[in-house]
Design a protein around this ligand. Structure first.
Ligand SMILES: [Cu+2]
Length: 419
């Protein structure tokens, strides 16, 4: 086959999948939280108790995001760990809010930190609304080497006009500045200036490009001359232009530095250090023990089942009220009712069934648990079974008769059933 024939054949072959992907792609919802691998969502961070102070706020209004997370003790080995470097943030498309303040276990979180697996962390983030719109807001933790790990999301609507947004701060020297516009002119001016400098540099080398094409001509000349003689292509004029250019760049950078220092004599660099956050021990660690016997996912029934031994060393009987995994909450409706916070709140209100009502104190009980809901499918958790390490993890919420909550992570190998 001649090359002429091959190219259109290739093009046609490529066109088919391209067209198919165009026609058969479902509409994207929110910003890809389900796109993360199921195993990764289940076994990285257990997010619980997300609370966003409001679902509607005007520009300049305050939104508080609170909750708790427990890094999974079954953190995937192929991923960089949260025990190295991590940073708490809020996931919203675009700069729609500014973060005024954030804390984890009482420590201010302007810096990075690390979090211990299996420990409890309470976070609170204060945001100020900036741009009108409707946003799916999530807490998230950026883990170095791994990327953002996203928590559950809730919709927040921002009303009003961005022109009314105020973002002033008082600097350490007592000056009040508007962060929306501070230094903007200088930044724009500098960008424009360096773009012009770049164009002049490129323009010089391409000045005769119409008569004498530059790239291929020079390439051919070097091929002909051999690389050791390639310097002969550079004229004295080129040398002078190069010398003047580099001198000008260095002088401008130096002058820029001295001018900035003159106008802003007191400045401190952006703070990017690391700070320690005190972990909180999970009281269940010492008192409740779980041994997973068997975990199964039945694909046609969208049903996850788990058989485990639980040893209750607390002094009260326990009831299992909830299983949370991958930001989805499966609720035992016999024990508690959970209202949806919005239309996309991932709660299976009647998703948890148990064959055992009470786990008596001082005993080991075998429990059969079923978590069933279409959310397994719609949130693409079923893809777990196609992972090379089909491991699940989640947090069991147990309650004693005084209403105290006990949290315990369960994890194990999951085996799919296809019939
Ligand atoms: Cu979202």
């Amino acid at each position: 086959m001649s090359t002429r024939k091959i190219i259109p054949t290739f093009a046609r072959l490529l066109l088919i999948p391209l067209m198919a992907s165009f026609f058969f792609t479902p509409l994207a919802f929110a910003h890809g939280e389900k796109a993360q691998q199921a195993g990764l969502r289940m076994r990285t961070i257990n997010w619980i108790d997300l609370d966003i102070s409001t679902d509607s706020v005007a520009v300049n209004g305050i939104v508080k995001v609170n909750g708790t997370f427990i890094p999974s003790e079954h953190w995937p080995r192929h991923m960089d760990s949260i025990e190295e470097t991590a940073f708490l943030n809020i996931g919203v498309p675009g700069p729609a809010f500014v973060r005024l303040h954030s804390k984890v276990n009482g420590t201010t979180m302007i810096r990075s930190t690390s979090f211990e697996l299996g420990k409890i962390y309470h976070y609170e983030v204060t945001l100020k609304a900036r741009s009108p719109g409707r946003y799916h807001m999530h807490p998230l933790i950026n883990v170095r080497g791994t990327g953002p790990l996203i928590g559950p999301g809730l919709w927040v609507e921002v009303t009003g006009d961005q022109a009314d947004f105020e973002n002033t701060v008082k600097t350490l020297t007592g000056e009040v500045i508007n962060l929306e516009t501070y230094g903007l002119k200088t930044a724009l001016w500098f960008h424009a200036f360096w773009i012009v400098m770049g164009l002049i540099w490129i323009g010089y080398w391409f000045r005769n490009a119409r008569k004498e094409p530059v790239i291929m001509n020079r390439f051919n000349a070097i091929e002909r001359l051999g690389s050791e003689n390639a310097d002969s292509l550079i004229t004295q004029k080129d040398m002078i232009f190069g010398g003047v250019s580099i001198t000008a760049v260095l002088v401008i950078v130096a002058v820029g530095y001295f001018v900035a220092n003159h106008f802003y004599p007191q400045s401190i660099p952006l703070q990017t250090g690391w700070v320690k956050v005190k972990p909180i021990d999970n009281p269940s660690d010492k008192l409740i023990d779980i041994e997973v016997l068997e975990a199964n996912y039945r694909i046609p029934g969208r049903s996850f089942s788990l058989r485990f031994n639980i040893t209750n060393n607390t002094d009260k009987a326990l009831i299992i009220g909830e299983l949370t995994t991958a930001n989805i909450r499966f609720i035992n409706s016999d024990y508690k009712q959970v209202a949806l916070k919005d239309s996309h709140d991932l709660v299976a209100q009647d998703g948890l069934r148990l064959d055992t009502d009470l786990i008596l104190p001082g005993q080991t009980t075998t429990v059969m648990l079923h978590a069933e809901d279409a959310l397994w499918e719609t949130q693409r958790l079923t893809s777990l079974i196609y992972d090379p390490d089909s491991l699940f993890a989640g947090v069991l919420f147990m309650y004693d008769e005084d209403g105290n909550r006990w949290l315990k992570e369960v994890s194990g190998l999951i085996i799919p059933t296809f019939t």
